[in-house]
Write a protein of this length. Sequence first.
Length: 400
Amino acid sequence: MIQLDRRAVRRLAVARAGLGLPERTGLSRRAAGSGVRARRAASDVVRRFGYLQLDSVCVTGARTQSIVLMSRIEGIDPAVGETLLEPGASIFEYWGHEACWLPLELYPVMAFRRDEYAVHPWWGDVLGEHPQVVDHVLERLAAEGPVRGAAFKTESKGAGWWNHSDVKKVLAGLWLHGEIAVRRRVGFQREFDLAEKVIPENYRREAVPRDGAVRWLLLRALAGHGWATTGTLAATWRLRNMRQEILDALAALEADGAICAAQLQTDDGLRDGWIRPEDAELAVELRRTRPRQDRGVLISPFDPLIWDRDRTELLFDFDQKIEIYKPAAQRRFGYYCLPVLVGDRFVGRIDLKAHHRQGRLEVCSNHWEQSDPDPRHRSAAEGALLRFAEAVKLEADPLR
């Protein structure tokens, strides 16, 4: 049985997340602008995790999908995170970790989920309950596609036999079931078309069997995490109510030599988890290295490295919080805090707000993990803030 301490697993997590030295991450460190090289580097990040989570909040001057790319690819234009999905791109939009952009090779893997979502997971059988709306949406897309979702909202105001709520649910149901697809986003608004016009035929006609799909997804999740518990691997793809299938898949991967059981040594004892053999070797190497303490990076609160709050606290002793849904008076740190990663530790967090008309990036607050932060860490955080501000083309306030 492999046993690793937190330092090794923590540094492996940073490396596999694409936030360490390029020779350890296998990802490009720099790709300026928004051209072919930048888009290729962005696609490599998506492929590393298998997903790039989407979110509409843009208070910092960039949405999470752009921040994830900016934190890994120096010089990349934040616009790449808004426009990566386009006709002919090697990604598609679907429900992965959440609403995400995923590599096209996952389209056949997600066949089991499209079958499951013939009945909407929250709203029930919306397609069966609203056949007229379904027919209308498909007919309109066939005749006019692509069409933005907002166009259906405008049209439905005067309709006698459906309303916007029905159309919204049917669009979501058709998308989850795979009959329609998101062609691109414009101003973060989805533009829908028939799946056959968006997804290449070779991907549409292939379907990975359910057991093979579960193995594939768990292995891809592990490649992004480095080391992970069974719970984290399942949560990566929202694999709910599938305990036995997940255990069977992990056992098959272990039998094939693709993964190894590995225990994490903690102050409270051993924590069971999994690791790929090549990452076990890398973890041992990384434990002997000394991460840089003079360079920091701002991380999206939805970053793949930290969305699992329990894992983040276990590995980094960092209490990751997302407080956008709390009333202002109840927030401890701020509305949309970006954690500051220096080396393999989170040293603080900065709450930012973009004021485009003023050309200003306001530092609403910043908090340090230590009451007397290391001067190198403060300097690293300042550098990270300046690079972020430069990327979103704003002038940053000084840290407090």
